[in-house]
Ligand binder design. Structure first.
Ligand SMILES: O=C(O)c1cc(C(=O)O)c2c(n1)C(=O)C(=O)c1cc(C(=O)O)[nH]c1-2
Length: 597
């Protein structure tokens, strides 16, 4: 029996970043609902004591909450019966030099939990920015194992959340902005022993491509392409890191994730399709062998890193046939839905009709139809390209309501000008080769620098958006939906919001101490339903705040796009927990009181 999967089915827990293996971020709880959500009040809160961006969410498992932070990647365990006292804390020592090679702030996307098996205790697994992976005893915080996964000296860092499926830990990688060749690694959760590693580029033996790869869709490409779609040895510094969110289907035994952008960003320096960057993978969890790989953006010209969340659903297709689906809103402005048993592309819709880099995606060939006007090339200043390099969707982890068959997408509405330049590769240094200027998309206000985000309800079968609302800034962190007919999300300017999931109507909001780039979670403890959010502005959109930069093209173009952000919020990480009328542990007047003997 898979205890982790069983645990994830109880609404007492939110034991993985995606909530369950399908990563649907959906809670069946209804105590908080569209009628009473306006009565949400703070039940308790916790400061992490750290600045910089706080991504992902805390985990709730077996009566405890586990909270992670940005670098130096501290962890705090709280007992939900009395969160006024810290149960244990882990403050790892790591090499601060790693900070300088992280591309987009010193974020971390969260922890993984494994419930133990009687012999090995329950574990918290975490990544450190400097490339190490650590497993802690979930009851005591003691280190159980520690291994090195990435070498920050060549620019390879870890911001990705570990994903545990069954008894395997999957660890991605970062560093494509420094020419790091991306890989996914599987470890035994009990010992940290490596089970397999699959690269995004290079020979099939490294990419773990076998004879039956892409059998259902040979036109996606099969053998030898991880080297032949590159010039010379360019694949060795070709990127394809994977720092986003993964999903797993015990039925197919496939794990699903995306590889990121090719390096460098300047496309002139790497002719070819650059496989297998920008690819949706379905791999056998136990062996790592790829069953399918679908490359969304061959020969990327815009940094549309394909690492965004993979969300699994069971729905009837247009012909009424029940299908096992995988839905993925990509950076490139297209939301893709595949048959997850074999990778067959079913639909590819624009996240917003303002996407101009592609006219459409040809479902038969799987290829995007480019508009050359919005391509990028040497000696050319590309203007008004939509989406920007941040994508119309970045690292936010969103939700799917299986009853309504609707996805709730937090969206960026950002476009850009882009001018490439040549540069040499030097290990451990930035290897980008483009100057970017980003600004609000056509539905925003370019003069004011606002209208950079949207929230949308999307049906993957009809391709229709049920509703959509504009936001002042990008909705960077993602959404959580509940059977109470509400969808929750945090905003970069620091609002926690609840909307009616049928209509999008705003039902409640609360101003947090800092902006949000993490995702909300919902759980119950002793009969009370809670909403929790990790706040702390930063990430790529927050680099201007983190490093106090003035040049609008600094932070790879983020500073110009988010020039208004500093007028709304400042750094500072923490967790805010809400319940109806604030009920919860603090109802007990004695909690937190000092009683002398
Ligand atoms: O290519 C990479 O390895 C890599 C890593 C990361 C990261 O580790 O945070 C980001 C990106 N790329 C990236 O392209 C990007 O847009 C981005 C946004 C963020 C963030 O946390 O806000 N990280 C990253």
């Amino acid at each position: 029996e898979d205890r982790l999967e069983a645990l994830s089915k109880s609404e007492d827990n939110w034991a993985m970043q995606g909530k369950n293996y399908s990563a649907n971020h959906y809670s069946t709880l209804t105590q908080i609902n569209a009628d009473n959500v306006k009565n949400l009040k703070v039940a308790w809160s916790f400061s992490t004591g750290l600045l910089s961006g706080h991504e992902g969410s805390p985990l709730v498992a077996d009566g405890k909450m586990y909270i992670h932070t940005s670098f130096p990647n501290n962890t705090f365990a709280l007992n939900l019966d009395d969160p006024t006292r810290i149960l244990w804390q882990d403050k790892p020592k790591q090499n601060a030099a790693a900070r300088a090679v992280a591309c987009c702030d010193i974020v971390n996307r969260g922890l993984a939990y494994w419930p133990g098996d009687g012999k090995t205790p329950s574990l918290i697994v975490k990544t450190l920015l400097d490339g190490n992976v650590v497993a802690l005893n979930a009851d005591t915080g003691a280190t159980v194992w520690k291994i090195e996964n990435s070498d920050y000296k060549v620019g390879s860092t870890l911001t990705v959340a570990p994903h545990v499926f069954k008894d395997i830990v999957l660890i991605g990688s970062s560093g494509a902005e420094l020419g790091v060749r991306g890989y996914m690694t599987a470890y035994d959760v009990r010992t940290g022993e490596q089970k397999w590693r699959a690269y995004a580029t290079g020979p099939d033996s490294d990419v773990l491509i076998g004879d039956d790869f892409n059998k259902a869709n040979p036109h996606y490409g099969q053998k030898g392409l991880g080297t032949s779609t590159w010039e010379g040895d360019a694949w060795k510094i070709g990127g394809g890191t994977n720092w986003g969110w993964f999903a797993y289907d015990p039925g197919t035994n496939l794990v699903y994730y995306g590889s990121g952008n090719p390096a460098p960003w300047n496309e002139t320096m790497r002719p070819g399709d650059n496989k297998w960057t920008m690819t949706i993978w379905g791999r056998d969890l136990d062996t790592g062998m790829a069953k399918f790989g679908y490359q969304k953006t061959p020969h990327d010209e815009w940094d549309f890193a394909g690492i965004n969340f993979m969300m699994l659903s069971e729905q009837k297709d247009k012909d009424g046939k029940p299908r096992k689906l995988l839905t993925h809103p990509d950076r490139n402005g297209i939301v893709y839905t595949l048959d997850r048993t074999d990778g067959t592309l079913i639909s590819a819709d624009k996240i917003d009709d303002t996407v101009n880099v592609f006219k459409r995606v040809d479902i038969k060939t799987g290829l995007p139809v480019r508009d050359p006007e919005y391509g990028t090339r040497m000696d050319h200043l590309g203007k008004d390209i939509c989406p920007s390099a941040m994508g119309y969707h970045n690292q936010g982890l969103d939700s799917y309501d299986p009853a309504k068959e609707v996805f709730f997408l937090g969206v960026n509405h950002i476009c850009m000008d882009w001018e490439p330049f040549m540069l040499p590769y030097r290990a451990g240094q930035f290897f980008v080769g483009a100057t970017l200027n980003m600004f609000p998309g056509p539905k925003g206000d370019r003069q004011k620098g606002e209208g950079l985000g949207q929230i949308k309800a999307y049906n993957a079968i009809t391709g229709k958006f049920k509703w959509e609302k504009m936001e002042r800034f990008a909705v960077w962190g993602g959404t959580a939906a509940t059977a109470g007919n509400v969808v929750f999300y945090g905003t970069l300017d620091g609002f926690m919001k609840a909307r009616n999931s049928d209509t999008g109507e705003l039902l409640w909001k609360f101003k947090l101490p800092s902006g949000v780039i993490g995702h909300p979670i919902v759980y119950q403890h002793k009969g009370v339903e809670y909403l929790a959010i990790l706040y702390g502005v930063g990430g790529w959109p927050g680099v201007g705040l983190v490093f106090d930069l003035q040049d609008p093209t600094a932070g790879l173009g983020a500073v110009g796009a988010f020039k208004q952000l500093a007028n709304y919020t400042q750094m500072g990480g923490g967790v805010m927990v809400f319940s109806l009328n604030g009920q919860g542990p603090y109802d007990d007047i004695n909690l937190g009181e000092y009683k002398p003997n």
